[in-house]
Design a protein around this ligand. Structure first.
Ligand code: SAH
Length: 213
């Protein structure tokens, strides 16, 4: 597990690409430039790690495109010590980006194989989420709610009510909603009862599935 100057150089180029695509949050860019994405991918794909593309990981899932990770993270407006819930741990790459930003991260994955792999892998890079859970993201994590931010990294057919309920007032939920194609949607909780909704363009994610397996 090596991270070299060459990898750092490739990461700097990747950061330039996502800046050109419109990402401005300096802390997000710093995190993307710090996380060794090549180590989150199966060895065969290492040469592709710093292209701005999604790639297959285990269990027919994908590691999200860096631009998409940056876009969703920017929308979350993460501050150090914020408590953030992630739905869809996958490779752990997005989790690592959130940890680099100083967030306390709770993350849920429904595929046993990925859950086991990523739970072992993240601490090897010294990334320590508060909790990595094998479970169903539709239910959120009531025992650690409320959260400053919730990020869903799979395409959801609708917005799960428990996730809205588990936001702090002022908290932000970033969730791609749709079947074939998803609309990136931001919900901001403005009071106990009120939510603002913003739609922010089309993306393509693997589907958010029910239950665990
Ligand atoms: N954040 C990941 C993206 C992985 S793709 C990364 O950076 O690599 C989306 C992930 O969501 C997949 O691993 C998939 O298994 C998971 N997922 C799908 N439905 C889910 C659900 N209901 N609850 C939790 N995770 C789910």
């Amino acid at each position: 597990m090596k991270d070299t100057h060459k990898h750092q150089g490739l990461r700097n180029q990747l950061v330039n690409i996502i800046v050109k695509k419109g990402i401005k949050d300096k802390n997000v860019l710093k995190a993307i430039s710090a996380v060794p994405r090549h180590l989150f991918m199966d060895s065969g794909f290492v040469d592709f790690a710093y292209q701005d593309k999604a790639f297959p990981i285990a269990a027919d899932q994908t590691i999200s495109q860096p631009y998409t990770v940056a876009f969703q993270t920017e929308l979350l407006e993460v501050k150090p010590n914020d408590s953030i819930l992630e739905i869809g741990t996958g490779s752990g790459y997005q989790t690592a980006v959130l940890l680099e930003m100083g967030a306390k991260v709770y993350t849920i994955e429904r595929q046993k194989e990925l859950f086991k792999k990523t739970k072992l892998f993240l601490p090897k890079l010294n990334y320590k989420p508060k909790k990595i859970i094998f479970g169903d993201g539709y239910k959120g994590l009531p025992e650690n709610a409320p959260f400053n931010g919730i990020i869903v990294t799979a395409g959801a057919p609708f917005v799960p009510k428990p996730l809205l309920a588990q936001l702090k007032v002022g908290g932000r939920l970033v969730i791609p909603i749709g079947d074939e194609l998803q609309t990136m949607t931001l919900f901001v909780r403005t009071s106990e009862k009120d939510f603002e909704k913003h739609e922010l363009g089309d993306f393509k994610f693997v589907p958010m599935l029910k239950e665990r397996n």
